[in-house]
Design a protein. Structure first.
Length: 146
């Protein structure tokens, strides 16, 4: 199996752990100790390392009642995998957000060293419930750092 094929298979497994299993600790384990996760359009730096990545995901995604993940394409070359996908978020208060993403992940020794999510922040913020936005506002960069 080539490096590209191996990394693509890791990303497919990664999405399964995130969206089907909703196992944030298992998702964190995909990351190198210095692996960085960034939501590019947000003002903060992101999260570094397995525990902080899991914590960041848990804060944002755990309150979502139901997740659906629609993969459009996954392209891999060498240490880099790019996924075009749409996430459908369903909140217990009735709101639904369909959020198109492009995710870029790079690997070293089968661990993620970089995960950047590109999406339209306005699509998320104008469709998510106010209580969820208020909840996120309680956290700072220090909550995702060692």
């Amino acid at each position: 199996m080539s490096e590209s094929e191996r990394n693509k298979a890791r990303v497919v497994e990664f999405w399964k752990r995130l969206y089907e299993d909703r196992d944030y600790d298992a998702v964190g384990e995909f990351f190198a100790a210095d692996g960085l996760y960034q939501d590019v359009p947000t003002p903060d730096f992101g999260a570094v390392g397995p525990e902080n990545v899991a914590k960041r995901l848990r804060i944002g995604l755990e309150p979502i009642e139901k997740h659906e993940h629609e993969t459009h394409r996954i392209v891999a070359e060498g240490d880099t995998v790019i996924t075009e996908h749409t996430e459908h978020w369903y909140f217990h208060t009735g709101e639904k957000v369909s959020l198109p993403f492009v995710s870029v992940q790079t690997f070293r020794d089968d661990k993620i060293t970089l995960w950047r999510d590109y999406f339209d922040l306005n699509t998320l913020m104008s469709n998510a419930p106010p209580w969820w936005i208020e909840r996120l506002a309680k956290f700072t960069q220090e909550d995702f750092s060692d």
